[in-house]
Design a protein around this ligand. Sequence first.
Ligand code: SAM
Length: 200
Amino acid sequence: MTYLPDFLDFSASILHQALRPGDLAVDATLGNGRDAVLLAESVGQAGKVFCFDIQEVAIHRARERLAAAGLLERVQIFRAGHERLTEHLPPESQGHVRAATFNLGFLPGSDRRIITRPETTLAALAVLLPFMAPGGIVSIAVYTGHPGGQAEGEAIAAWCGSLAPTIWRVARYEQVNKPVNREVLYLLERLGEKQASAKC
Ligand code: SAM
């Protein structure tokens, strides 16, 4: 056991803490379904996780993983880019999503040329924010070791830095003595009205 968790484990523990039974969550990059299982377990039977991926192979693997865990009924899976999130989330879920995760890059064990891209990732983040509930958490796991990863990391860093501090608390977690394949976790928390006014 280590006291300082791996960046994905840290993300998982924060997302789990943010969720209660009955909550709504978004997995913006379904991939092999590991994150979706965590979210689906955390929202309980009465909750729902909206999941997005552009690759059929990812959806197939994730479905199998979720089915094996008995969690398929708690998820809704869309074969669509996360930038099209507003076409798929119920309008009444605006302001009610308690946790969302972006685990960027390529699908492990698949075509490494299919990657998340800064323009669509940033478009998705922009349309997601109005859906987040006060106290809601957005987790963004960034990988810089693959072609295109560095540029995406820089775009995410700049975007995170531009968010209004009266509405969003943004934190970064990374192992700073990892010289290659830098991995960075950004965590955004939507401040409640009380916290936001205390910041003014
Ligand atoms: N969350 C996954 C898990 O737990 O296994 C890992 C995700 S993997 C690192 C990144 C995924 O993002 C890939 O499956 C890829 O197909 C997907 N992706 C790429 N562009 C996308 C987009 N515009 N919208 C949604 N998913 C996308």
